[in-house]
Design a protein around this ligand. Structure first.
Ligand code: ADP
Ligand code: MG
Length: 273
Protein backbone atom coordinates (compact mmCIF):
# COMPACT_ATOMS: atom_id res chain seq x y z
CA UNK A 1 0.00 0.00 0.00
CA UNK A 2 1.18 3.53 -0.75
CA UNK A 3 1.04 4.43 2.93
CA UNK A 4 3.86 1.94 3.57
CA UNK A 5 6.11 3.64 1.05
CA UNK A 6 8.77 5.58 2.81
CA UNK A 7 10.78 8.31 1.16
CA UNK A 8 13.94 6.90 -0.36
CA UNK A 9 16.86 7.92 1.82
CA UNK A 10 19.27 10.20 0.02
CA UNK A 11 22.46 8.28 -0.58
CA UNK A 12 25.29 10.35 0.76
CA UNK A 13 28.22 10.84 -1.62
CA UNK A 14 30.94 8.23 -1.22
CA UNK A 15 33.36 10.67 0.36
CA UNK A 16 31.13 11.50 3.29
CA UNK A 17 30.18 7.83 3.81
CA UNK A 18 33.83 7.01 4.36
CA UNK A 19 34.81 6.49 7.96
CA UNK A 20 37.98 8.21 9.01
CA UNK A 21 40.20 7.29 11.92
CA UNK A 22 42.09 9.60 14.24
CA UNK A 23 44.39 12.32 12.95
CA UNK A 24 47.61 10.77 11.62
CA UNK A 25 49.61 13.78 10.53
CA UNK A 26 49.07 17.35 11.54
CA UNK A 27 50.63 20.74 10.87
CA UNK A 28 49.84 23.55 13.28
CA UNK A 29 50.61 27.11 12.23
CA UNK A 30 53.67 25.96 10.30
CA UNK A 31 55.94 28.70 8.98
CA UNK A 32 59.01 28.28 6.82
CA UNK A 33 61.43 30.80 5.37
CA UNK A 34 63.56 29.89 2.37
CA UNK A 35 66.00 32.28 0.73
CA UNK A 36 64.70 35.09 2.93
CA UNK A 37 61.09 34.58 1.83
CA UNK A 38 58.24 33.30 3.97
CA UNK A 39 57.28 30.29 1.85
CA UNK A 40 54.87 28.79 4.39
CA UNK A 41 52.90 31.45 6.20
CA UNK A 42 50.97 29.63 8.91
CA UNK A 43 49.67 26.33 7.55
CA UNK A 44 47.16 24.28 9.52
CA UNK A 45 46.37 20.81 8.21
CA UNK A 46 45.14 17.66 9.94
CA UNK A 47 44.94 14.45 7.94
CA UNK A 48 42.81 11.66 9.36
CA UNK A 49 43.48 7.96 8.90
CA UNK A 50 41.99 6.80 5.62
CA UNK A 51 41.59 10.30 4.25
CA UNK A 52 42.70 11.34 0.77
CA UNK A 53 43.66 15.02 0.62
CA UNK A 54 44.45 16.60 -2.73
CA UNK A 55 46.49 19.79 -2.54
CA UNK A 56 46.28 22.19 -5.48
CA UNK A 57 47.65 25.66 -6.08
CA UNK A 58 49.83 27.76 -8.36
CA UNK A 59 53.49 27.04 -8.90
CA UNK A 60 55.55 28.55 -6.09
CA UNK A 61 52.69 28.59 -3.59
CA UNK A 62 54.57 26.28 -1.20
CA UNK A 63 53.06 22.85 -1.87
CA UNK A 64 56.37 20.96 -2.14
CA UNK A 65 57.77 22.82 0.83
CA UNK A 66 54.74 21.84 2.89
CA UNK A 67 55.16 18.14 2.02
CA UNK A 68 58.85 18.37 2.91
CA UNK A 69 57.98 19.92 6.26
CA UNK A 70 55.32 17.26 6.85
CA UNK A 71 57.81 14.41 6.43
CA UNK A 72 60.56 16.34 8.21
CA UNK A 73 62.89 16.50 5.24
CA UNK A 74 62.81 20.17 6.22
CA UNK A 75 62.70 21.76 9.63
CA UNK A 76 60.12 24.46 10.26
CA UNK A 77 60.80 27.93 11.60
CA UNK A 78 57.65 28.05 13.66
CA UNK A 79 54.63 25.95 14.46
CA UNK A 80 54.70 22.18 14.97
CA UNK A 81 54.16 18.98 13.05
CA UNK A 82 52.63 16.01 14.85
CA UNK A 83 52.66 12.36 13.84
CA UNK A 84 50.11 10.25 15.70
CA UNK A 85 49.51 13.16 18.02
CA UNK A 86 53.15 13.49 19.08
CA UNK A 87 55.56 16.24 18.05
CA UNK A 88 57.47 15.05 15.03
CA UNK A 89 61.09 16.15 14.57
CA UNK A 90 62.18 19.66 15.34
CA UNK A 91 59.94 21.72 17.56
CA UNK A 92 59.95 24.79 19.73
CA UNK A 93 59.69 24.11 23.42
CA UNK A 94 59.23 27.18 25.58
CA UNK A 95 60.94 29.22 22.87
CA UNK A 96 63.93 26.82 22.72
CA UNK A 97 64.47 24.54 19.75
CA UNK A 98 64.43 20.83 20.55
CA UNK A 99 64.93 17.90 18.26
CA UNK A 100 63.40 14.49 18.57
CA UNK A 101 66.23 12.02 19.26
CA UNK A 102 67.84 11.00 15.95
CA UNK A 103 67.02 7.28 16.06
CA UNK A 104 63.44 7.80 17.06
CA UNK A 105 62.98 10.46 14.41
CA UNK A 106 64.45 8.18 11.72
CA UNK A 107 62.11 5.36 12.74
CA UNK A 108 59.06 7.62 12.70
CA UNK A 109 60.03 9.22 9.41
CA UNK A 110 59.80 5.79 7.82
CA UNK A 111 56.11 5.82 8.75
CA UNK A 112 55.63 8.65 6.27
CA UNK A 113 56.12 7.56 2.64
CA UNK A 114 57.03 9.98 -0.12
CA UNK A 115 56.63 9.85 -3.88
CA UNK A 116 58.42 12.52 -5.92
CA UNK A 117 57.68 14.10 -9.27
CA UNK A 118 60.91 12.73 -10.77
CA UNK A 119 60.68 9.22 -9.23
CA UNK A 120 64.20 9.45 -7.71
CA UNK A 121 64.90 5.73 -8.09
CA UNK A 122 68.47 4.59 -7.49
CA UNK A 123 69.82 4.11 -11.04
CA UNK A 124 72.17 1.22 -10.26
CA UNK A 125 69.58 -0.87 -8.43
CA UNK A 126 66.91 -3.05 -10.02
CA UNK A 127 63.24 -2.30 -9.42
CA UNK A 128 63.17 -5.02 -6.77
CA UNK A 129 66.29 -3.74 -5.02
CA UNK A 130 64.94 -0.19 -5.06
CA UNK A 131 61.83 -1.42 -3.28
CA UNK A 132 63.79 -3.51 -0.79
CA UNK A 133 66.60 -1.09 0.00
CA UNK A 134 65.02 0.46 3.09
CA UNK A 135 63.36 -2.67 4.56
CA UNK A 136 66.64 -4.57 4.19
CA UNK A 137 68.65 -1.73 5.67
CA UNK A 138 66.39 -1.45 8.68
CA UNK A 139 66.12 -5.21 9.05
CA UNK A 140 62.35 -5.34 8.80
CA UNK A 141 62.64 -8.12 6.18
CA UNK A 142 65.52 -10.39 5.26
CA UNK A 143 66.62 -13.23 3.00
CA UNK A 144 64.09 -15.06 0.84
CA UNK A 145 61.23 -13.40 2.69
CA UNK A 146 62.48 -10.06 1.48
CA UNK A 147 62.31 -11.09 -2.16
CA UNK A 148 58.77 -12.42 -1.74
CA UNK A 149 57.79 -9.22 0.02
CA UNK A 150 59.32 -7.02 -2.69
CA UNK A 151 57.65 -9.01 -5.46
CA UNK A 152 54.32 -8.68 -3.69
CA UNK A 153 54.72 -4.90 -3.55
CA UNK A 154 55.69 -4.80 -7.22
CA UNK A 155 52.66 -6.95 -8.05
CA UNK A 156 50.49 -4.39 -6.30
CA UNK A 157 51.64 -1.73 -8.76
CA UNK A 158 51.63 -4.08 -11.76
CA UNK A 159 55.41 -4.26 -11.98
CA UNK A 160 56.27 -7.80 -10.82
CA UNK A 161 57.25 -8.77 -14.37
CA UNK A 162 59.87 -6.02 -14.40
CA UNK A 163 61.41 -6.74 -11.00
CA UNK A 164 64.92 -7.30 -12.34
CA UNK A 165 65.06 -4.33 -14.68
CA UNK A 166 66.99 -1.17 -13.97
CA UNK A 167 65.26 2.23 -13.99
CA UNK A 168 66.71 3.19 -17.40
CA UNK A 169 65.01 0.12 -18.89
CA UNK A 170 61.60 1.31 -17.68
CA UNK A 171 59.22 3.99 -18.92
CA UNK A 172 58.49 6.97 -16.69
CA UNK A 173 55.14 5.52 -15.71
CA UNK A 174 56.77 2.22 -14.79
CA UNK A 175 59.48 3.98 -12.79
CA UNK A 176 56.87 5.94 -10.90
CA UNK A 177 54.96 2.75 -10.09
CA UNK A 178 58.18 1.26 -8.71
CA UNK A 179 58.66 4.43 -6.67
CA UNK A 180 55.15 3.98 -5.26
CA UNK A 181 55.94 0.37 -4.33
CA UNK A 182 59.11 1.61 -2.64
CA UNK A 183 57.13 4.20 -0.70
CA UNK A 184 54.87 1.40 0.57
CA UNK A 185 57.73 -0.89 1.59
CA UNK A 186 58.04 0.47 5.13
CA UNK A 187 54.30 0.02 5.69
CA UNK A 188 53.75 3.75 6.06
CA UNK A 189 50.78 5.21 7.88
CA UNK A 190 50.52 7.93 5.27
CA UNK A 191 52.02 8.56 1.84
CA UNK A 192 52.74 12.04 0.46
CA UNK A 193 52.75 12.39 -3.33
CA UNK A 194 54.37 15.47 -4.89
CA UNK A 195 52.98 15.90 -8.41
CA UNK A 196 53.48 12.21 -9.18
CA UNK A 197 52.30 12.42 -12.78
CA UNK A 198 53.48 15.85 -13.90
CA UNK A 199 56.84 14.61 -15.25
CA UNK A 200 55.16 11.90 -17.33
CA UNK A 201 54.21 11.81 -20.98
CA UNK A 202 50.41 12.10 -21.18
CA UNK A 203 49.94 8.47 -22.26
CA UNK A 204 51.67 7.25 -19.09
CA UNK A 205 49.63 9.28 -16.61
CA UNK A 206 46.69 6.87 -16.43
CA UNK A 207 48.65 3.82 -15.28
CA UNK A 208 50.03 5.78 -12.33
CA UNK A 209 46.66 7.30 -11.43
CA UNK A 210 45.12 3.82 -11.57
CA UNK A 211 47.59 2.55 -8.99
CA UNK A 212 46.89 5.57 -6.78
CA UNK A 213 43.15 5.05 -7.19
CA UNK A 214 43.48 1.46 -6.02
CA UNK A 215 45.52 2.51 -3.00
CA UNK A 216 43.00 5.22 -2.13
CA UNK A 217 40.13 2.75 -2.46
CA UNK A 218 41.98 0.35 -0.16
CA UNK A 219 42.01 3.04 2.50
CA UNK A 220 45.59 4.33 2.29
CA UNK A 221 45.94 7.75 3.91
CA UNK A 222 47.29 10.10 1.27
CA UNK A 223 48.20 13.72 0.66
CA UNK A 224 48.52 14.27 -3.08
CA UNK A 225 49.79 17.42 -4.73
CA UNK A 226 48.25 17.15 -8.16
CA UNK A 227 46.34 19.04 -10.78
CA UNK A 228 44.76 15.85 -12.12
CA UNK A 229 41.17 16.98 -11.72
CA UNK A 230 39.65 13.62 -12.64
CA UNK A 231 41.56 11.89 -9.86
CA UNK A 232 40.75 14.67 -7.42
CA UNK A 233 37.04 14.60 -8.23
CA UNK A 234 36.79 10.84 -7.91
CA UNK A 235 39.13 10.11 -5.04
CA UNK A 236 39.64 13.20 -2.89
CA UNK A 237 37.80 13.38 0.38
CA UNK A 238 39.06 16.92 0.66
CA UNK A 239 40.61 19.36 -1.79
CA UNK A 240 42.84 22.09 -0.39
CA UNK A 241 43.82 25.16 -2.36
CA UNK A 242 47.13 26.72 -1.42
CA UNK A 243 48.26 30.21 -2.40
CA UNK A 244 51.22 32.27 -1.20
CA UNK A 245 52.12 29.89 1.59
CA UNK A 246 48.64 29.48 3.04
CA UNK A 247 45.74 27.12 2.61
CA UNK A 248 43.09 29.60 1.55
CA UNK A 249 40.22 27.24 0.78
CA UNK A 250 39.32 23.62 1.41
CA UNK A 251 36.33 21.35 1.12
CA UNK A 252 34.93 18.37 -0.73
CA UNK A 253 35.88 18.34 -4.43
CA UNK A 254 32.38 19.25 -5.59
CA UNK A 255 32.42 22.36 -3.45
CA UNK A 256 35.96 23.54 -4.25
CA UNK A 257 35.70 22.81 -7.98
CA UNK A 258 32.10 23.80 -8.63
CA UNK A 259 31.46 26.53 -6.09
CA UNK A 260 34.80 27.93 -4.92
CA UNK A 261 34.34 30.71 -2.42
CA UNK A 262 37.70 32.37 -2.81
CA UNK A 263 38.43 34.57 -5.82
CA UNK A 264 41.99 33.23 -5.98
CA UNK A 265 40.70 29.66 -6.16
CA UNK A 266 38.36 30.65 -8.99
CA UNK A 267 41.18 32.32 -10.90
CA UNK A 268 43.44 29.32 -10.44
CA UNK A 269 40.80 26.83 -11.54
CA UNK A 270 40.18 28.91 -14.66
CA UNK A 271 43.88 28.65 -15.57
CA UNK A 272 44.02 24.86 -15.31
CA UNK A 273 40.68 24.31 -17.05
P1 ADP B 1 55.25 24.68 -5.21
O1 ADP B 1 55.59 23.26 -4.92
O2 ADP B 1 53.87 25.06 -4.78
O3 ADP B 1 55.48 25.04 -6.65
P2 ADP B 1 57.56 25.28 -3.60
O4 ADP B 1 57.25 24.79 -2.25
O5 ADP B 1 58.46 24.44 -4.44
O6 ADP B 1 56.21 25.62 -4.36
O7 ADP B 1 58.24 26.70 -3.51
C1 ADP B 1 57.64 27.78 -2.85
C2 ADP B 1 58.54 28.98 -2.93
O8 ADP B 1 59.73 28.73 -2.21
C3 ADP B 1 58.97 29.31 -4.35
O9 ADP B 1 58.95 30.71 -4.48
C4 ADP B 1 60.39 28.80 -4.43
O10 ADP B 1 61.14 29.54 -5.33
C5 ADP B 1 60.86 28.96 -3.02
N1 ADP B 1 61.88 27.96 -2.65
C6 ADP B 1 61.72 26.64 -2.64
N2 ADP B 1 62.84 26.03 -2.24
C7 ADP B 1 63.74 27.01 -1.97
C8 ADP B 1 65.11 27.05 -1.50
N3 ADP B 1 65.74 25.92 -1.21
N4 ADP B 1 65.68 28.26 -1.36
C9 ADP B 1 65.03 29.39 -1.64
N5 ADP B 1 63.76 29.42 -2.07
C10 ADP B 1 63.12 28.26 -2.24
MG1 MG C 1 56.19 21.70 -6.15
Amino acid sequence: APSAVRPVPVTPPLASAKQFGPVVLEARDVRKKLGGRLVLDGVDLAVRRGEVCVLIGPSGSGKSTLLRCLNRLLTTDDGIVLLDGEPFGYRLNGGEPHSEPERRLAARRRRVGMVFQRFELFPYLTALDNVLLAPRHFGTVGGADAVAYGLELLRKVGMADHAHKFPHQLSGGQQQRVAIARALANEPEIVLFDEPTSALDPELVTEVLQVMTTLAAEGLTMVVVSHEMGFARRMADRVLFMDQGRIVEEGPPTQVFEAPENARTRRFLATIG
